[in-house]
Design a protein around this ligand. Structure first.
Ligand SMILES: *[C@@H]1O[C@H](CO)[C@@H](O)[C@H](O)[C@H]1NC(C)=O
Ligand SMILES: *[C@@H]1O[C@H](CO)[C@@H](O)[C@H](O)[C@H]1NC(C)=O
Ligand SMILES: *[C@@H]1O[C@H](CO)[C@@H](O)[C@H](O)[C@H]1NC(C)=O
Length: 411
């Protein structure tokens, strides 16, 4: 889930706005039922558990795990180890990685028959759900708190080099098995970037990339581009904010500015950012608003904005001097998509209406993968889908997950 532009991120931001109306209604109902105080305490972070909120109510077993990255972030992982009927998983682990400004609620959002995590569990897989640093389940750190500026000093480079590495190693360690990786949006870039550096290739059986994010220079979404420009133009201002919280006032200001540019687009913000999603269930939007969107770092948003502007996939650009300090060269090192080992089984699904993972950008990625073993690359084009349909679409099982299950079975 992620973009604003910058991509993915903002997409998710837009998801958030989409749900505001329904959520306000929901909040009004909640407030009339209970005092604000008791509501707040029942949701206190010590008692918050994604398993308890989103998984066990459907009758599935769920375990909360913690893994600490090499740079001290304490990440929460949820595991669904058995099917609804209680049958222990007999197939390999699948690690699910959400996109920008989202968390693992992504995979358990709709009803079990429509949500990928439950579908995988019911098909015998050992399901693990990752949460990127900064999200609710992953807001711990060995020495820092989320109020420290240093806590937010990262972009997706660190999600690749620390979070992804740590979670994959952890799942390998607990299960003793190599895993399938399945991701949406920014989570796809994490894997592509890792593979391009020859990382994780010996621990991953295959990768399912839904609404893949790699090149971003063809983003057609007007609002996404404007937002990206806003981040770049006001880098100093934005970096001073450290945490990019879609529920915070800074983002409200950004949205107000965008809306004054185009009130027509603003009327349907979600679709203005992500493309016209065909298949979302509008009566789930209060659930969405309750858990999403999640914070990320402002630096991550700026990194994505840089990609929109340059059309390149590189590490974070600190400017010439900063790059010398960080990388001992004046330009940021590139992630070379053509260096992805040609024998990693990939399932790549992209949508004709997706304005964050634009068709031309995906084709540019596919051109870089042209030497990939043809037996190890499945490409699916879903004409009617936009960015959010791949994870929240009520028909995603029929359209995407069924062929994904067949792909996993083969690999
Ligand atoms: C996690 O979510 C719960 C429930 O929405 C909330 O009360 C809590 O403050 C959140 N914790 C963090 C660290 O964001
Ligand atoms: C949409 O969500 C509502 C509420 O969760 C559910 O009752 C309904 O069956 C869903 N509709 C579809 C088409 O899945
Ligand atoms: C990217 O990798 C491919 C395949 O290894 C190589 O041929 C190409 O020169 C690399 N491109 C750059 C810019 O390094």
């Amino acid at each position: 889930m992620a973009i604003g532009l910058v991509l993915v991120m903002i997409a998710h931001l837009a998801l958030f706005v989409w749900s505001v109306t329904a959520a306000r209604q929901g909040l009004r109902e909640l407030n009339s039922l209970s005092h604000g105080r008791s509501l707040a305490s029942s949701l206190s972070s010590s008692s918050y558990s994604l398993c308890a909120n989103m998984v066990t109510p459907w009758g599935y077993a769920c375990e909360e795990h913690k893994v600490t990255t090499a740079d001290g972030y304490i990440l929460g992982l949820q595991r669904i180890p058995a099917s609804h009927s209680g049958q222990q998983a007999s197939k390999p682990p699948v690690l699910l990685q959400h996109g920008l400004i989202m968390d693992s609620v992504t995979w358990v959002y709709n009803q079990p028959s429509q949500s990928l995590a439950f579908i995988l569990a019911d098909n015998g897989y050992d399901v693990w759900m990752a949460n990127s640093r900064g999200t609710n389940s992953s807001s711990g750190h060995t020495t820092l708190t989320t109020s420290d500026a240093a806590y937010w000093e990262w972009s997706w480079d660190e999600l690749v080099s620390y979070d992804l590495t740590a979670t994959v190693q952890y799942v390998n360690g607990v299960t003793g098995q190599n895993l399938h990786y399945a991701a949406h949006s920014l989570g796809t870039l994490m894997a592509l970037a890792a593979f391009s550096q020859n990382q994780l290739v010996n621990s991953v059986r295959s990768a399912v990339l839904l609404s893949p994010i790699a090149y971003l220079n063809n983003l057609p979404s007007f609002l996404t581009r404007v937002a990206a420009e806003t981040f770049l133009a006001d880098q100093i201002y934005w970096l001073g904010l450290h945490e990019f919280s879609p529920k915070g006032p800074a983002v409200g200001t950004l949205l107000n500015n965008l809306c004054s540019l185009s009130s027509a687009l603003c009327g349907n913000l979600m679709n203005a950012f992500t493309g016209q999603n065909c298949c979302l269930n509008s009566s789930r939007s209060s659930v969405f608003f309750r858990y999403e969107p999640q914070p990320t770092s402002t630096k991550n948003m700026i990194h994505l904005s840089q990609m929109i502007r340059t059309g390149k996939i590189t590490k974070f650009d600190y400017g010439q001097d900063g790059n010398m300090n960080h990388y001992a060269q004046t330009t940021p090192p590139a992630y070379n998509m053509s260096s992805i080992p040609t024998n990693i089984p990939l399932y790549l699904s992209y949508g004709g209406k997706d304005e964050l993972s634009d068709v031309k950008d995906v084709q540019q990625l596919l051109a870089k993968l042209q030497n990939h073993n043809s037996n190890d690359l499945v490409v699916q084009y879903v004409a009617q889908y936009a960015h959010a349909d791949f994870v929240f679409g009520v028909d995603a099982y029929q359209v995407v997950y069924k062929p994904v299950l067949a792909f996993l079975q083969r690999n």
